[in-house]
Ligand binder design. Structure first.
Ligand code: AMP
Ligand code: GLY
Length: 423
């Protein structure tokens, strides 16, 4: 079968790596891909948000299934575009339609969904510029710290956590009246602060049935000890050691089942990944957020732990037969460490030649922000490479990744040396 993966990061490189191992694949395409994905398939130079360009390539290459990596084509309605086009409507798209993608595209939509289906989450209220004063009043009823979230997509920057009430009021005003996050902060969700430890669970659903994928924990801050600015993610570990059987059972019963049943009750046809960001408070799981795609860098540890054929898994999803799919999971731990560019997550260096990739042994190098320039691999993004390893436990896996990182070099390369420090 011919499959197209949309996206260009470490997540897409990992999906390509895994799909390329399947004997069901005839031709694999990645659009736009990166220097790493070209080892597993053919990169197509297009923007995944240009749906007409996607259509042209899909028809030209006789593509039979599309896997959507990032959220923005989903939020922009790529799946709906396929369904409404006579030439494309029978080609399965793994990723939800626009309405359901609001679970990630609108914090308020997600909160309402959770309330409607009794899914545990932080208390909240949402406000617009017209109700700013009411927002101030609501903040006064809460204890510090104060959690303010821009309703729309804000590239991972739209959440503010503030210790001071006055500062929280000022920021609320900035977000609503001065559109601090552009249109994304036309509406702001104010939430109760939850104090606990975070992890993520990943579910693949065909709309009727679901398969729970390996869980993971990522490390979002740039600095050691979870200090400094938020990034897309600096590393990840799977499985999460503190998520024991009893806790995971609560997650399935109280969160996963009500989520999938909620889709049915709301008449939402959802085909694709559901990424549920969880927080464990007093041994109870609550939902922090939904994403409508896989996480990055979580994919770089979740997918390598799947032993089943990924093409079979996607076919079962498209055919709504996930109830009969038996997912085989590697019992080992997997960890990944992100190598990032100097300056990231602020303005960063690019075009740095990367050396040492050929000397990596017993780890997998997933490319994130790389490109080929005169046959040499150079950096082209903030997050450049993800180094994934297996181990009997996460510490052994980390040791292996760090050993290989010693061999990789590019100018101003940065990474966290303390992934897993809190476990
Ligand atoms: P979100 O984009 O909703 O996932 O929020 C980004 C990050 O902010 C989360 O990963 C948490 O670390 C933190 N966060 C969000 N909501 C809360 C909350 N209600 N209480 C505590 N921390 C939160
Ligand atoms: N690593 C977090 C995310 O993909 O949103």
């Amino acid at each position: 079968m011919n499959i197209l993966i949309l996206g260009s990061g470490g997540r897409e490189c990992t999906l390509a790596w895994k799909l390329a191992q399947s004997n069901k694949i005839k031709n694999l395409f990645i659009a736009p891909g990166n220097a790493g994905t070209s080892d597993y398939g053919e990169n197509l130079d297009l923007n995944p948000n240009d749906f007409e360009a996607v259509k042209k390539e899909v028809l030209e290459h006789n593509i039979q299934m599309v896997i959507v990596g990032p959220e923005d084509p989903l939020v922009n309605g790529i799946h709906d575009f396929f369904l409404s086009d006579d030439a494309l409507k029978n080609i399965p798209v793994i990723g939800p339609q626009k309405y359901a993608a609001q679970l990630e595209g609108s914090k308020e939509f997600a909160k309402k969904f959770m309330y409607r289906h009794n899914i545990p989450t932080a208390k909240y209220k949402s406000f617009t510029v017209e109700t700013l004063e009411k927002g101030f009043d609501f903040l006064e009823t809460l204890d510090a710290p104060y959690v303010l979230k821009a309703d729309g997509l804000a590239a991972g920057k739209g959440v503010l956590i503030l210790n001071d009430l006055q500062e929280a009021k000022d920021e609320l005003k900035e977000m609503l009246t001065n559109k601090k996050f552009g249109d994304a902060s036309t509406k702001v969700v104010i939430e109760e602060f939850l104090d606990g430890i975070e992890m993520s669970t990943f579910v693949l659903t065909d709309g009727k049935n679901y398969v729970i994928l390996p869980n993971a924990k990522d490390y979002k801050r740039i600095g050691e000890g979870d200090k400094g600015l938020n990034t897309g993610g600096m590393g990840a570990i799977s499985p999460v050691p503190f998520a024991d059987k009893e806790f995971l059972n609560k997650v399935e019963e109280r969160i996963i089942k009500p989520t999938i049943n909620g889709f049915k009750k709301d008449n939402i046809s959802y085909v694709g990944f559901v990424f549920i960001g969880l927080i464990k408070v007093n041994n109870e799981p609550l939902v922090i957020e939904y994403n409508v795609r896989m996480g990055d860098p979580e994919t770089e540890v979740v997918i390598p732990r799947i032993k089943s054929d990924l093409t079979d898994l996607f076919i079962a999803t498209a055919e709504k037969k996930l109830d009969t799919f038996k997912l085989e999971v590697d019992e080992r731990s997997a960890t990944t460490i992100m190598l990032v560019s100097g300056g990231y997550p602020e303005a960063y260096e690019k075009n740095k030649e990367i050396s040492g990739l050929d000397s990596v042994e017993d780890s997998i190098v997933f490319h994130a922000g790389t490109t080929l320039k005169n046959d040499k691999v150079v950096s082209s993004g903030g997050r450049v490479l993800a180094i994934t390893s297996y181990g009997e436990d996460f510490k052994q896996a980390l040791t292996q990744s760090y050993k290989n990182i010693e061999k990789i070099k590019f100018d101003q390369m940065n990474y966290r040396t303390d992934i897993g420090f809190d476990l």
